[in-house]
Design a protein around this ligand. Sequence first.
Ligand code: SF4
Length: 375
Amino acid sequence: MKFISEYRQPEKVMALVSTINDKLDKLAPTRPLQIMEVCGGHTHTIFRFGLDKLINKGIEFVHGPGCPVCVLPRQRINEAIEIAEQEDVIFCSYGDAIRVPGENGNLLAAKARGADIRIVYSPLDALELAKQNPQKNIVFFAIGFETTTPPTALTLQQAKRQNISNFSVLCHHILLEPALRSVLDDENVRLDGLVAPGHVSIVTGQQHYQFCNDEYQLPVATAGFEPLDFLMALESIVDQVSNHQVKVVNCYQRAVSETGNKIAQQAINDVFTLSESSDWRGLGNIEHSGLSLKSAYQSFDASLRYQLNPNRIAEPEGCRCANVIKGLAKPTDCPLFAKGCTPENPVGALMVSSEGACSAYYQYNVEAKPITLSK
Ligand code: SF4
């Protein structure tokens, strides 16, 4: 197939759904297979295309920690606002992040108070702003997993080459593997399979998930974001469970290779080093789970340029973001869901992001049973 639309063709989708349902009927699991889609993009694929209603009761979808905006800690939002409100700063961010609540509001509210905050589509847009505004300090809010880290790295390489001194980044780049380990190490989490995110895999390569097989005996399939992509991954996991196999299967071969994008990996290695630890909303503090700038790039580090308040901030009261991020609760289990927390007035980041599980449940009016935690 050559075109995206071909991965949505109803007759092909229904044929594959029917095959998967037949296989599930034959397998007849004693409880639904718990299959975690790591990425929020996949969560939205499931509900946008109604796959949860088409697949029979043999699968329970468990939503994972792969939405980068959802795991942004409140402290980092506070820091972003602290920088953005400085007199000479133009603060640049991806669109989703400006609505994520910190302790006292979000970047959008800071913009309404007068801070110069701009939405950009790429760190290169922010670098361009730095060139156009030499009298201002341009700070880019660099967030995300391995998918968005290479553009930040390449932009910083360019800024260094061109000696642009009024550009810096507030860095919250994070790594998928430690987040997955944190979830898989939780004794309450019992998964039967993992759908790995296609975009991270393009950078890291398929081999990135081998530890899930070797250390957690967990079947994995990498998927793209169209319905057929996702269903192919589901079929692979059902097949692996049925045949007592544990493999990493590439169901997104048009984009993902075994070893990933070497140029992107090289750029990351040139610019970034592993942080000692990093804070995650919902998952807490995880060792070696984030990236910071290598010493050659430290002059571009906004957290060193600005004196930031280092205090950690607790999650808001009543919010179940932590359990939803770990797949231990469904958004509808949260007492604030659609009441105190809505897309217009979000309490947690999962209601903000276009990849957030809570926003998917709200947007697609999903009714879910409480999650099964049986071993
Ligand atoms: Fe967090 Fe809101 Fe979702 Fe509750 S409904 S888990 S507060 S984002």
